[in-house]
Design a protein around this ligand. Structure first.
Ligand SMILES: NC(=O)c1ccc[n+]([C@@H]2O[C@H](COP(=O)([O-])OP(=O)(O)OC[C@H]3O[C@@H](n4cnc5c(N)ncnc54)[C@H](OP(=O)(O)O)[C@@H]3O)[C@@H](O)[C@H]2O)c1
Length: 352
């Protein structure tokens, strides 16, 4: 008989599928409020066993880790069967790995297990939903930036409130996250939240092409103009599709391009929250390129280009950004051209 997933337990049992930056951050943060198992690649698990799991930013924590049972803050596993009996499975793999993760999880999940995607991108919940027949799949959103700084060490470089679908099923997870000291909001408009997050994530490619930390890159008007152009194409496609992105910050999404175009001094004053990222923070696209991994560009600029095409709208800036990131992927780990703000702006405006 497979173990059941009793929702009444005080400490929920949580498995995290994908022990990378977000998985280790969420799993490690939850360790005091839930029974956490991280499921990851053997190399990632070896690094955690050797170095432990340390989280910096928002209060440093060093956690003990173990393989099964015993006095460990988090348990480590390399096989998806470690998700059996979990109340919640948090999916934190990159979007391109979602279908495979779902295929591996499907035979392991216990009746009643709730699956929550804490990924960027618009399609992950649908992919999980169709592969995990009968299991509720909820959308989640991570607003802040987490970077792996060394093996086993993860740094949160900015702040914000986690979001998850507002349903009673999410209750124990919401309470555990809040109990772990993370800001969490249950929302009834997660689809609109995902579209709003996509607008913000369009900066990932620009950040990677700049080679700069996020704060330095966003502090320069030419890079912000590139982002504004990219967002304007997305907003036009959203409008054609009838999508109204949620408001996630002080400025409505449709006005963000105007804010981005302000001169540096004024932008710094008015967008203090946007620049409240610490000096180390970089986009995950930058990290993927440094480590020679495929980027999520298809789930970011790729979604805008696809949506625009559906409405016969042009999206040359996003198309060009995809091709520049592809060239960096092809150049190999840490290689490829770094673009100054002026150069990148000239490049993306030359194709309009
Ligand atoms: N990092 C951020 O700041 C941030 C912020 C907000 C949202 N997000 C989103 O969160 C998601 C995760 O991003 P991330 O930066 O945490 O990615 P990441 O560091 O690459 O972590 C994903 C991990 O999952 C592993 N994995 C993939 N498939 C697996 C499988 N079948 N079994 C076990 N492990 C598997 C990956 O290993 P391999 O690399 O070997 O495949 C990798 O170690 C993405 O959608 C991202 O856009 C990231």
């Amino acid at each position: 008989m497979p173990p059941t997933a009793p929702h009444s337990r005080h400490r929920p049992k949580i498995a995290v599928m994908g022990a990378g930056s977000i998985g280790c951050h969420l799993g490690g943060s939850l360790a005091g409020a839930a029974d956490v198992t991280l499921i990851g690649r053997p190399a990632a698990m070896d690094a955690l066993r050797e170095h432990g799991l340390s989280l910096t930013g928002g209060g440093r924590r060093v956690l003990r880790v173990g393989s099964s049972g015993g006095p460990a803050d988090v348990r480590l596993a390399t096989r998806p069967d470690a998700a059996a009996g979990a109340d919640f499975v948090l999916v934190t793999v990159k979007s391109a790995a979602t279908a495979d993760a779902a295929r591996l999880l499907a035979p392991q999940l216990t009746p009643g297990t709730v699956v929550v995607s804490f990924q960027n991108g618009l399609r992950n919940t649908q992919i999980l939903d169709s592969a995990l027949d009968g299991h509720p799949v909820l959308a989640g959103m991570v607003p802040y930036n987490v970077l792996r700084t060394s093996p086993g060490a993860f740094h949160q470089g900015s702040g914000g409130t986690l979001m998850v679908e507002d349903t009673p099923r999410a209750g124990p997870l919401v309470r555990a996250l809040a109990g772990a000291g993370l800001r969490i909001e249950a929302r009834g408009d997660m689809r609109e939240v995902q579209y709003a997050k996509l607008l913000m994530n369009l900066n990932n490619a620009i950040n990677a092409l700049s080679g700069l930390p996020l704060r330095d890159q966003l502090g320069q008007r030419a890079y912000r103009e590139c982002l504004a152009l990219s967002q304007c194409e997305a907003l036009a496609a959203y409008q054609a599709e009838g999508i109204r992105p949620a408001r996630l910050g002080p400025v409505p999404a449709r006005l963000t391009p105007r804010l981005l175009r302000l001169p540096d001094g004024l932008f710094r004053r008015l967008a203090a929250a946007t620049l409240a990222v610490d000096a180390q923070a970089r986009s995950s696209t930058w990290e993927d390129l440094q480590r020679g991994r495929p980027t999520e560009i298809d789930s970011l600029q790729g979604e805008v280009v696809a949506l625009a095409a559906r409405h016969a709208l042009p999206a040359p800036v996003n198309t060009e950004l995809i091709s520049l990131v592809r060239r960096m992927e092809a150049a190999g780990p840490g290689a490829g051209r770094r673009w100054s703000g002026g150069e990148l702006l000239a490049k993306v405006t030359s194709v309009r």
